[in-house]
Design a protein around this ligand. Sequence first.
Ligand code: PEP
Ligand code: MG
Length: 764
Amino acid sequence: MLDELRQIVTEVSKSSDLRAALDLIARRVRSVLDASVCSVYVLSEESDPEAEEQTLVLQATEGLNKAKVGQVALSMHEGLVGLVARRAELVNLEDASQHPAFKFVTDIGEEPYHGFMGVPIIHRGEVLGVLVVQARERRRFSDDQESFVVTLATQLASAIRHARASGELTRMGNEPGEFDSAFSARGLPGSPGVVFGTAVVVADGQSLELVEDREVEDPDHELAVLDSAIEAVRQEFEQLKIDFARASGSDEENLLFDAFIRMLSGGSLIEAIERHIRRGQWAPAALRDAIAEHAAVFEQMSDAYLRERAQDVRDLGSRVLHKLHAESAGPTDWPEQIVLVGNDLSASHLAEVPTERLVGIVSSTGSGSSHLAILARALGVPAAMGVSDLPISRLRNKEVVVDGYRGLVVVRPRGSLRDELRRLAREEAELTEELAALRDEPALTSDGFRVAMHVNIGLLSDMAPSLTVGAEGIGLYRTEVPFQIRKQFPGEEEQAHIYREALETFTGKPVVLRTLDVGGDKPLSYFPIREDNPFLGWRGIRLVLDHPEIFLTQIRAMLKASAGLNNLHILLPMISAVDELDQSMAFIAQAVDEVSEEMDDVQPPKIGAMIEVPSAVYQADALASRCDFLSIGTNDLTQYLLAIDRNNERVAPRYDALHPAVLMAIRDVCAAGDRQGCEVAVCGELAGDPLGAILLLGMGINSLSMSAGSLPRIKWVIRRFSHVEARDLLEQAMRCERPSEIRALLNQALEARGLGGLIRAGRY
Ligand code: PEP
Ligand code: MG
């Protein structure tokens, strides 16, 4: 049986789609077990918010009436199949008809079978369906046969999950007609907010990869064609900059468009296209190859944020291709409230609609770190990203609701759902107005506790949204990001130039530059590190202390960049022992001496240690006594305290910074900071979570750093609480033993203050 199992597993993995995989399993299992019937029931998706409950739909059978596939749906409370799903447990019966849960389903071709084995199909704790084997005779399936079917069910689980995510499952059975009833699909949160609008679907256009090779006789003609297409796209971006400035009341988010415009104004990309043309290619294929080369540089990076930049390059290429083909895009009769919807939407697609009418964005690809999402947040436009399970081509001119908190899109909602969404959208509009009005107000509690609101950035282009939301400084500049997008270590001058821009932009305000934090999940392509356990390996401060030449170059660049500004703070990542801090401080002192000899007006920087490793929590006093500030990195601290990989999707539901152990660690660090008179800030994601922010406030933390998108909401929360109330909630939270209890407590506190809009705690 083992050989057969291996063979079936291989065949399933090669199946072209879920239908083929299900049919194959039904056929092969029936034959190997010498059974009369093998069927697979798959749990319907929760795609219809108005549907009362999920059902188990017959999706494949060998032995029953195949015409009933996709037609028969059992409730979770019906028959033995429902029992298996409900209990999430294998049921193996010699005579099913004697079992109290037995139900004879007519119509399906069921004869009075006796032997029954039902195995739940489970993916990470969630029941997705049931695999059933039946025998005409009285018969209990053997232990070997049980394990055989259980193993195949696990194979099916990932196939079903995959089909769900790609929308294949919806197409197999539940596809809505012409959206007579509500239909919804879920992706990833891109930009918060709830809004109603009319879908404007961006045409896919020709994909760059599909451009065919074509040799040309007259390269000069191709160069001229290219030139005019590029000029046209450049002008579109210039216009987009103006539109954006008008729509957002600021011209700060133009850095992305500036970057596009720069790429189109000469330099390596244009040179590469021209080179391909001179070698005899026609312009579209030359564009295809040059874009592929440029995108590949980003694509090889394992950092998700940087990989997204490859998409920016490809978007730019598609835009130019679009012009080369002189296609006319989109409707001209614009709806009043535009929700821009597209299969592979990017920032450049915004050029296709009048931005003053843009109220929402839905893209089938991308995530919260896509540039499109960053821009959406800066503009305050709700966005749902990576919504793969949406029949986009059929949405044109349909009414859609975008819930950017959940990454949810609802098409033509009806009845009470519609009323509820309307109410949320109204509340949301009021909230947006209030948040905007707070831009220049301090994050001050009702009893006068002041919190400094700083931003986390990775690339200089992230600074634009930071200014829009009224950040009071940079609390974390992840300097590894500029290192990752280069082909070699940037030199001292190049680094100094980058850092200067950040320090100058926030003149008079603190700018925290974190030293290179590579290793772990942030490799450098030009400095490969191979380790079995990279998160526990050569990363952060450990690496640069072993390479003082890299460390000193960076410190010198930071110091040079700070000349005359005196707002430099240097933050040291992954400190796990006092020696690491001592050595780092000695290197910094050496660099200060050297640079002071070379130039005037260089002040010693403030020095901080990151607290993101458990040993640093226990030695917080020793660390605090040595430096000017501590900054708690809750992302890694959660990872290392709970021993849960922060990037592993499998354990993601268990990764929770509101875990009592994490909160206790933060509280202990704050106490150490107090004892030593050392400032404590928080720069991990917890600072940008409304629930987390209340607790941090309760701990007396007066400096929070987060992404620009989170800042206005956190400021709002802080202004609605008193320090005393936050302390009281913290005390209650510290008595809880589970993250879920802490979450419930804080959700309730937010709801009670009418701040439910910030969290959307599952109210529809
Ligand atoms: C952290 O670990 O919380 C942190 C802010 O650093 P990073 O996310 O860059 O590891
Ligand atoms: Mg970290």
